[in-house]
Design a protein around this ligand. Structure first.
Ligand code: NIG
Ligand code: FE
Length: 435
Protein backbone atom coordinates (compact mmCIF):
# COMPACT_ATOMS: atom_id res chain seq x y z
CA UNK A 1 0.00 0.00 0.00
CA UNK A 2 1.57 3.26 -1.13
CA UNK A 3 2.18 5.89 1.54
CA UNK A 4 0.17 9.10 1.27
CA UNK A 5 2.09 12.37 0.77
CA UNK A 6 0.92 15.88 -0.15
CA UNK A 7 2.50 16.18 -3.57
CA UNK A 8 4.67 14.34 -6.06
CA UNK A 9 6.97 15.95 -8.60
CA UNK A 10 7.57 13.31 -11.26
CA UNK A 11 9.44 12.65 -14.50
CA UNK A 12 12.13 15.27 -13.97
CA UNK A 13 14.45 14.63 -16.92
CA UNK A 14 17.26 14.88 -14.39
CA UNK A 15 16.95 15.45 -10.67
CA UNK A 16 20.12 16.90 -9.16
CA UNK A 17 19.94 15.87 -5.50
CA UNK A 18 23.50 16.42 -4.18
CA UNK A 19 22.45 13.55 -1.93
CA UNK A 20 25.48 11.36 -2.50
CA UNK A 21 27.45 13.71 -0.24
CA UNK A 22 26.80 14.53 3.42
CA UNK A 23 23.55 16.44 4.09
CA UNK A 24 25.22 19.03 6.30
CA UNK A 25 28.42 21.05 6.03
CA UNK A 26 30.23 22.84 3.24
CA UNK A 27 31.97 20.53 0.77
CA UNK A 28 35.63 20.91 -0.17
CA UNK A 29 37.98 19.62 -2.86
CA UNK A 30 36.84 16.39 -4.52
CA UNK A 31 33.70 16.54 -2.37
CA UNK A 32 32.43 19.27 -4.71
CA UNK A 33 32.28 16.95 -7.72
CA UNK A 34 29.35 14.66 -6.83
CA UNK A 35 25.89 15.88 -7.79
CA UNK A 36 23.75 12.78 -7.19
CA UNK A 37 21.90 13.02 -10.51
CA UNK A 38 18.80 10.81 -10.89
CA UNK A 39 17.44 10.26 -14.40
CA UNK A 40 13.63 10.43 -14.70
CA UNK A 41 13.61 11.57 -11.08
CA UNK A 42 10.82 12.26 -8.63
CA UNK A 43 10.37 14.02 -5.28
CA UNK A 44 7.73 13.15 -2.68
CA UNK A 45 6.72 16.02 -0.40
CA UNK A 46 4.81 16.21 2.87
CA UNK A 47 4.31 19.29 5.08
CA UNK A 48 6.71 21.23 2.88
CA UNK A 49 9.57 18.78 3.37
CA UNK A 50 11.15 16.10 1.24
CA UNK A 51 10.02 12.59 2.15
CA UNK A 52 11.98 10.80 -0.56
CA UNK A 53 13.67 11.24 -3.92
CA UNK A 54 14.48 8.61 -6.54
CA UNK A 55 13.56 7.30 -9.97
CA UNK A 56 9.94 8.10 -10.83
CA UNK A 57 8.86 4.47 -11.12
CA UNK A 58 10.15 3.64 -7.63
CA UNK A 59 8.72 6.80 -6.02
CA UNK A 60 5.36 6.33 -7.74
CA UNK A 61 5.15 2.76 -6.38
CA UNK A 62 6.00 3.80 -2.84
CA UNK A 63 3.98 7.03 -2.57
CA UNK A 64 0.65 8.43 -3.71
CA UNK A 65 -0.60 12.01 -3.57
CA UNK A 66 -3.64 14.00 -4.58
CA UNK A 67 -1.42 16.38 -6.50
CA UNK A 68 1.16 15.33 -9.01
CA UNK A 69 3.19 17.69 -11.18
CA UNK A 70 4.79 16.24 -14.30
CA UNK A 71 8.15 17.95 -14.91
CA UNK A 72 9.14 16.01 -18.01
CA UNK A 73 11.46 18.01 -20.22
CA UNK A 74 12.91 19.82 -17.20
CA UNK A 75 15.98 19.56 -15.02
CA UNK A 76 15.38 20.03 -11.29
CA UNK A 77 17.97 21.40 -8.86
CA UNK A 78 17.77 22.19 -5.17
CA UNK A 79 16.50 25.75 -4.79
CA UNK A 80 19.52 27.99 -5.38
CA UNK A 81 20.99 29.83 -2.38
CA UNK A 82 22.37 33.36 -2.88
CA UNK A 83 24.60 33.98 0.14
CA UNK A 84 25.59 37.63 -0.52
CA UNK A 85 23.13 40.31 -1.65
CA UNK A 86 22.36 44.00 -1.05
CA UNK A 87 18.64 44.25 -1.94
CA UNK A 88 17.62 47.16 0.33
CA UNK A 89 18.07 50.20 -1.88
CA UNK A 90 15.94 53.00 -3.26
CA UNK A 91 17.17 53.57 -6.80
CA UNK A 92 19.27 52.10 -9.59
CA UNK A 93 22.62 53.68 -10.59
CA UNK A 94 22.80 53.32 -14.36
CA UNK A 95 24.44 56.76 -14.73
CA UNK A 96 27.48 55.32 -12.94
CA UNK A 97 27.46 52.33 -15.25
CA UNK A 98 27.71 54.77 -18.14
CA UNK A 99 30.61 56.55 -16.39
CA UNK A 100 32.40 53.22 -16.03
CA UNK A 101 31.71 52.36 -19.65
CA UNK A 102 33.45 55.66 -20.49
CA UNK A 103 36.48 54.60 -18.46
CA UNK A 104 35.80 55.82 -14.92
CA UNK A 105 36.94 53.66 -12.02
CA UNK A 106 34.52 52.32 -9.37
CA UNK A 107 36.55 53.52 -6.37
CA UNK A 108 37.20 56.92 -8.02
CA UNK A 109 33.44 57.38 -8.51
CA UNK A 110 32.96 56.48 -4.86
CA UNK A 111 35.69 58.88 -3.68
CA UNK A 112 33.94 61.69 -5.58
CA UNK A 113 30.73 61.13 -3.57
CA UNK A 114 28.99 58.74 -5.97
CA UNK A 115 28.72 55.01 -5.51
CA UNK A 116 27.47 53.85 -2.14
CA UNK A 117 26.94 57.47 -1.04
CA UNK A 118 24.59 58.15 -3.93
CA UNK A 119 22.54 55.13 -2.82
CA UNK A 120 22.68 56.50 0.73
CA UNK A 121 21.18 59.83 -0.34
CA UNK A 122 18.37 58.14 -2.27
CA UNK A 123 17.57 55.77 0.60
CA UNK A 124 17.55 58.46 3.26
CA UNK A 125 15.04 60.45 1.19
CA UNK A 126 12.61 57.54 0.80
CA UNK A 127 9.91 56.77 3.39
CA UNK A 128 10.19 53.34 5.03
CA UNK A 129 7.01 51.95 3.46
CA UNK A 130 8.19 52.83 -0.03
CA UNK A 131 11.63 51.34 0.70
CA UNK A 132 9.90 48.14 1.81
CA UNK A 133 7.86 48.07 -1.41
CA UNK A 134 10.97 48.49 -3.58
CA UNK A 135 12.84 45.88 -1.58
CA UNK A 136 9.92 43.49 -2.08
CA UNK A 137 10.26 43.99 -5.85
CA UNK A 138 13.97 43.22 -5.65
CA UNK A 139 13.30 40.04 -3.66
CA UNK A 140 10.89 38.64 -6.26
CA UNK A 141 13.76 38.89 -8.76
CA UNK A 142 15.63 36.18 -6.83
CA UNK A 143 12.66 33.80 -7.05
CA UNK A 144 12.40 34.49 -10.77
CA UNK A 145 15.93 33.16 -11.11
CA UNK A 146 15.43 29.99 -9.07
CA UNK A 147 16.79 31.29 -5.77
CA UNK A 148 14.85 30.21 -2.69
CA UNK A 149 17.12 31.47 0.11
CA UNK A 150 19.28 34.56 0.40
CA UNK A 151 21.52 36.57 2.65
CA UNK A 152 20.38 40.23 2.57
CA UNK A 153 22.34 43.24 3.81
CA UNK A 154 21.49 46.75 4.87
CA UNK A 155 24.23 49.32 4.32
CA UNK A 156 22.83 52.24 2.36
CA UNK A 157 21.50 54.09 5.42
CA UNK A 158 24.77 54.84 7.25
CA UNK A 159 23.04 56.52 10.17
CA UNK A 160 21.37 54.97 13.19
CA UNK A 161 17.87 55.84 11.98
CA UNK A 162 18.46 54.92 8.36
CA UNK A 163 20.09 51.58 9.13
CA UNK A 164 17.18 50.74 11.43
CA UNK A 165 14.81 51.86 8.67
CA UNK A 166 16.61 49.65 6.15
CA UNK A 167 16.42 46.54 8.33
CA UNK A 168 12.79 47.17 9.21
CA UNK A 169 12.00 47.57 5.50
CA UNK A 170 13.86 44.33 4.83
CA UNK A 171 11.80 42.54 7.46
CA UNK A 172 8.58 43.88 5.98
CA UNK A 173 9.65 42.82 2.47
CA UNK A 174 10.61 39.33 3.63
CA UNK A 175 7.16 38.93 5.15
CA UNK A 176 5.70 39.44 1.64
CA UNK A 177 7.92 37.03 -0.27
CA UNK A 178 8.40 33.25 0.16
CA UNK A 179 12.19 33.43 0.44
CA UNK A 180 14.21 32.15 3.39
CA UNK A 181 16.68 34.79 4.51
CA UNK A 182 19.51 35.66 6.81
CA UNK A 183 19.63 39.41 7.53
CA UNK A 184 22.90 41.27 7.78
CA UNK A 185 23.65 44.69 9.27
CA UNK A 186 26.23 46.49 7.09
CA UNK A 187 26.40 49.91 8.76
CA UNK A 188 30.16 49.73 8.09
CA UNK A 189 29.69 49.87 4.32
CA UNK A 190 31.11 53.37 3.86
CA UNK A 191 31.74 56.50 5.94
CA UNK A 192 28.82 58.92 5.57
CA UNK A 193 29.71 62.53 4.68
CA UNK A 194 29.01 63.81 8.20
CA UNK A 195 31.78 61.54 9.54
CA UNK A 196 34.19 61.81 6.61
CA UNK A 197 36.80 63.65 8.67
CA UNK A 198 36.26 61.80 11.95
CA UNK A 199 36.17 58.23 10.93
CA UNK A 200 36.84 56.68 14.30
CA UNK A 201 33.79 58.51 15.63
CA UNK A 202 31.68 56.69 13.02
CA UNK A 203 33.21 53.39 14.12
CA UNK A 204 32.23 54.30 17.69
CA UNK A 205 28.69 55.08 16.53
CA UNK A 206 28.44 51.70 14.80
CA UNK A 207 29.71 49.89 17.88
CA UNK A 208 28.00 51.83 20.65
CA UNK A 209 24.64 52.70 19.10
CA UNK A 210 23.90 50.88 15.87
CA UNK A 211 24.87 47.33 16.85
CA UNK A 212 22.69 47.26 20.00
CA UNK A 213 19.82 48.96 18.13
CA UNK A 214 19.72 46.38 15.33
CA UNK A 215 20.31 43.28 17.46
CA UNK A 216 16.75 42.03 16.90
CA UNK A 217 16.59 43.18 13.27
CA UNK A 218 19.69 41.41 11.93
CA UNK A 219 21.34 38.02 12.33
CA UNK A 220 24.84 38.94 11.17
CA UNK A 221 27.19 41.92 10.92
CA UNK A 222 29.36 42.67 7.88
CA UNK A 223 32.15 45.22 7.25
CA UNK A 224 33.55 46.56 3.97
CA UNK A 225 37.22 46.01 4.92
CA UNK A 226 39.08 47.78 2.13
CA UNK A 227 41.94 50.30 1.93
CA UNK A 228 40.27 53.74 1.84
CA UNK A 229 37.13 52.41 3.52
CA UNK A 230 37.28 50.50 6.86
CA UNK A 231 40.91 49.74 7.67
CA UNK A 232 42.02 46.59 9.38
CA UNK A 233 41.82 47.86 12.95
CA UNK A 234 38.47 49.62 12.44
CA UNK A 235 37.08 46.46 10.82
CA UNK A 236 38.36 44.28 13.62
CA UNK A 237 36.91 46.52 16.33
CA UNK A 238 33.45 46.38 14.74
CA UNK A 239 33.58 42.64 14.13
CA UNK A 240 34.70 41.84 17.69
CA UNK A 241 32.02 44.10 19.16
CA UNK A 242 29.38 42.42 16.97
CA UNK A 243 30.59 38.99 18.01
CA UNK A 244 30.31 39.93 21.67
CA UNK A 245 26.65 40.80 21.06
CA UNK A 246 26.02 37.44 19.39
CA UNK A 247 25.93 38.47 15.73
CA UNK A 248 27.33 36.10 13.11
CA UNK A 249 30.15 37.78 11.19
CA UNK A 250 30.85 38.40 7.50
CA UNK A 251 33.57 40.45 5.84
CA UNK A 252 33.83 42.14 2.44
CA UNK A 253 37.47 41.09 2.26
CA UNK A 254 40.30 41.80 -0.18
CA UNK A 255 37.84 42.90 -2.86
CA UNK A 256 39.77 45.53 -4.78
CA UNK A 257 43.08 45.96 -2.92
CA UNK A 258 44.67 43.36 -0.62
CA UNK A 259 44.37 44.11 3.09
CA UNK A 260 44.58 40.84 4.98
CA UNK A 261 40.79 40.71 5.05
CA UNK A 262 40.62 36.94 4.61
CA UNK A 263 43.05 36.42 7.50
CA UNK A 264 40.96 38.77 9.63
CA UNK A 265 37.74 36.91 8.75
CA UNK A 266 39.28 33.58 9.75
CA UNK A 267 40.77 35.05 12.93
CA UNK A 268 37.44 36.40 14.17
CA UNK A 269 35.58 33.20 13.22
CA UNK A 270 33.45 34.79 10.51
CA UNK A 271 30.77 32.73 8.79
CA UNK A 272 32.07 33.99 5.46
CA UNK A 273 34.81 36.04 3.82
CA UNK A 274 33.44 37.51 0.64
CA UNK A 275 34.84 38.80 -2.71
CA UNK A 276 38.54 37.83 -2.25
CA UNK A 277 39.66 39.08 -5.66
CA UNK A 278 43.02 40.05 -4.13
CA UNK A 279 43.35 37.39 -1.44
CA UNK A 280 46.96 36.64 -0.39
CA UNK A 281 48.55 33.20 -0.10
CA UNK A 282 48.36 33.57 3.67
CA UNK A 283 44.68 34.42 3.34
CA UNK A 284 44.05 31.26 1.31
CA UNK A 285 45.82 29.17 3.96
CA UNK A 286 43.88 30.87 6.76
CA UNK A 287 40.52 30.16 5.11
CA UNK A 288 41.46 26.60 4.15
CA UNK A 289 42.12 25.81 7.82
CA UNK A 290 38.96 27.49 9.10
CA UNK A 291 35.20 27.03 8.93
CA UNK A 292 34.84 30.43 7.25
CA UNK A 293 33.25 29.96 3.83
CA UNK A 294 34.99 31.75 0.94
CA UNK A 295 32.17 33.47 -0.97
CA UNK A 296 33.25 34.37 -4.50
CA UNK A 297 31.38 37.06 -6.43
CA UNK A 298 32.67 36.93 -10.00
CA UNK A 299 29.71 38.92 -11.33
CA UNK A 300 31.09 41.98 -9.55
CA UNK A 301 34.55 41.73 -11.09
CA UNK A 302 32.88 41.20 -14.47
CA UNK A 303 30.47 44.14 -14.07
CA UNK A 304 33.18 46.49 -12.75
CA UNK A 305 35.51 45.46 -15.58
CA UNK A 306 38.31 44.64 -13.14
CA UNK A 307 41.18 42.28 -13.98
CA UNK A 308 41.40 40.43 -10.68
CA UNK A 309 39.09 37.48 -10.32
CA UNK A 310 39.51 35.49 -7.12
CA UNK A 311 42.06 32.66 -7.53
CA UNK A 312 39.36 30.03 -7.28
CA UNK A 313 41.45 27.08 -8.46
CA UNK A 314 44.17 27.76 -5.91
CA UNK A 315 41.56 28.19 -3.20
CA UNK A 316 39.84 24.93 -4.12
CA UNK A 317 43.16 23.09 -4.26
CA UNK A 318 44.08 24.44 -0.82
CA UNK A 319 40.82 23.07 0.61
CA UNK A 320 38.81 26.27 1.08
CA UNK A 321 35.02 25.85 1.35
CA UNK A 322 33.98 27.85 -1.72
CA UNK A 323 30.53 29.30 -2.32
CA UNK A 324 29.27 31.58 -5.11
CA UNK A 325 26.77 34.44 -4.90
CA UNK A 326 25.51 37.34 -6.99
CA UNK A 327 26.39 40.37 -4.78
CA UNK A 328 23.16 41.85 -6.21
CA UNK A 329 23.33 45.62 -5.62
CA UNK A 330 22.66 48.81 -7.59
CA UNK A 331 26.33 49.68 -8.12
CA UNK A 332 28.78 46.89 -8.66
CA UNK A 333 26.55 43.98 -9.74
CA UNK A 334 22.98 44.51 -10.84
CA UNK A 335 21.77 40.97 -11.36
CA UNK A 336 19.78 38.46 -9.31
CA UNK A 337 20.72 35.61 -11.65
CA UNK A 338 22.80 32.80 -10.17
CA UNK A 339 22.55 30.98 -13.54
CA UNK A 340 24.48 33.92 -15.05
CA UNK A 341 27.01 33.78 -12.20
CA UNK A 342 27.43 30.08 -13.04
CA UNK A 343 28.55 30.95 -16.55
CA UNK A 344 31.03 33.55 -15.29
CA UNK A 345 32.37 31.17 -12.63
CA UNK A 346 32.85 28.36 -15.14
CA UNK A 347 34.69 30.50 -17.65
CA UNK A 348 36.47 33.19 -15.61
CA UNK A 349 37.18 31.27 -12.40
CA UNK A 350 37.77 27.95 -14.22
CA UNK A 351 35.45 26.16 -11.83
CA UNK A 352 33.87 22.94 -13.05
CA UNK A 353 30.08 22.94 -13.49
CA UNK A 354 29.87 20.42 -10.64
CA UNK A 355 31.82 22.73 -8.34
CA UNK A 356 29.66 25.66 -9.39
CA UNK A 357 26.41 23.87 -8.60
CA UNK A 358 27.77 22.77 -5.23
CA UNK A 359 28.97 26.32 -4.52
CA UNK A 360 25.52 27.85 -5.07
CA UNK A 361 23.53 25.19 -3.22
CA UNK A 362 24.94 23.28 -0.23
CA UNK A 363 28.05 25.45 0.27
CA UNK A 364 26.04 28.68 0.06
CA UNK A 365 23.53 27.18 2.49
CA UNK A 366 26.41 26.35 4.85
CA UNK A 367 27.59 29.98 4.66
CA UNK A 368 24.10 30.94 5.87
CA UNK A 369 23.91 28.16 8.48
CA UNK A 370 20.87 26.88 6.58
CA UNK A 371 22.44 23.60 5.49
CA UNK A 372 20.34 21.53 7.91
CA UNK A 373 17.24 22.61 5.99
CA UNK A 374 18.42 23.57 2.52
CA UNK A 375 21.07 23.24 -0.17
CA UNK A 376 20.47 19.61 -1.19
CA UNK A 377 17.52 17.27 -1.67
CA UNK A 378 18.13 14.95 1.29
CA UNK A 379 14.95 13.60 2.92
CA UNK A 380 13.88 15.85 5.78
CA UNK A 381 15.05 19.08 4.15
CA UNK A 382 12.65 21.69 2.81
CA UNK A 383 11.23 20.91 -0.65
CA UNK A 384 12.73 23.98 -2.35
CA UNK A 385 13.29 23.37 -6.06
CA UNK A 386 14.67 25.22 -9.06
CA UNK A 387 13.07 23.84 -12.23
CA UNK A 388 15.07 24.53 -15.39
CA UNK A 389 13.98 24.60 -18.99
CA UNK A 390 17.18 22.82 -20.05
CA UNK A 391 17.82 19.42 -21.63
CA UNK A 392 20.44 18.38 -19.07
CA UNK A 393 22.11 19.68 -15.91
CA UNK A 394 25.22 20.00 -18.09
CA UNK A 395 23.54 22.93 -19.84
CA UNK A 396 23.50 24.92 -16.56
CA UNK A 397 26.08 27.68 -17.12
CA UNK A 398 26.39 26.71 -20.78
CA UNK A 399 23.07 28.38 -21.63
CA UNK A 400 23.52 32.06 -20.84
CA UNK A 401 21.91 35.41 -21.52
CA UNK A 402 18.38 34.18 -20.96
CA UNK A 403 16.69 32.92 -17.82
CA UNK A 404 16.61 29.10 -17.86
CA UNK A 405 14.37 28.96 -14.78
CA UNK A 406 10.85 27.79 -15.62
CA UNK A 407 9.41 27.29 -12.14
CA UNK A 408 10.45 27.94 -8.55
CA UNK A 409 9.10 25.74 -5.75
CA UNK A 410 9.29 26.67 -2.06
CA UNK A 411 8.31 24.22 0.66
CA UNK A 412 6.77 21.94 -1.97
CA UNK A 413 4.58 24.71 -3.35
CA UNK A 414 5.13 26.24 -6.79
CA UNK A 415 5.44 29.96 -6.06
CA UNK A 416 6.56 31.41 -9.35
CA UNK A 417 6.37 30.20 -12.93
CA UNK A 418 8.22 32.11 -15.61
CA UNK A 419 6.18 30.18 -18.17
CA UNK A 420 2.91 29.96 -16.24
CA UNK A 421 0.74 28.48 -18.95
CA UNK A 422 2.67 25.20 -18.66
CA UNK A 423 1.27 24.55 -15.19
CA UNK A 424 -2.14 26.19 -15.21
CA UNK A 425 -3.45 23.92 -12.44
CA UNK A 426 -1.11 25.59 -9.97
CA UNK A 427 -1.82 29.14 -11.02
CA UNK A 428 -5.57 29.19 -11.63
CA UNK A 429 -6.16 32.53 -9.92
CA UNK A 430 -4.59 35.01 -12.25
CA UNK A 431 -1.19 33.54 -13.00
CA UNK A 432 1.98 33.51 -10.96
CA UNK A 433 2.75 35.91 -8.18
CA UNK A 434 5.73 37.97 -8.94
CA UNK A 435 7.08 41.44 -8.67
O1 NIG B 1 29.85 44.21 -2.46
N1 NIG B 1 31.96 46.58 -1.98
C1 NIG B 1 31.08 47.08 -1.34
N2 NIG B 1 29.78 46.87 -1.47
C2 NIG B 1 29.12 46.39 -2.62
C3 NIG B 1 28.88 47.44 -3.64
C4 NIG B 1 27.94 48.44 -3.17
C5 NIG B 1 27.60 49.50 -4.16
O2 NIG B 1 28.39 49.86 -5.06
O3 NIG B 1 26.48 49.98 -4.01
C6 NIG B 1 29.83 45.19 -3.16
O4 NIG B 1 30.35 45.18 -4.27
FE1 FE C 1 28.74 43.06 -1.45
Amino acid sequence: MAELVDRLFVHCTELVTLADGPPVGARRGAGMQGLGVVADGAVAVRDGSIVATGPTDAIARAYRAAEELDLSGHVVLPGLVDCHTHPVFAATREAEFHQRCAGADYMAIAAAGGGILSSMRALRALPEAELAARTTQHLWGFLQHGTTAIEAKSGYGLSLDDEVKSLRALGAALAEVPLAARRTFLGAHEFPPEYRDRRDAYVDLVIQQMLPAVRELADDCDVFAEPGVFDRSQSERILRAAKALGFGLRVHADEIQPMGGAELAAAVGALSADHLGRISDAGIEALAHSDTVAVLLPGTIFFLGKPHHAPARRMLAAGCAVALATDFNPGSCFTQSLPLIATIACRQLQMTPEEVLTAMTINAAAALRMDHERGSLHPGKRADLCVLDLPSWRAFGYAFGGNPVALTVVGGRPVLANVAERWPEFFSSGGPRHG
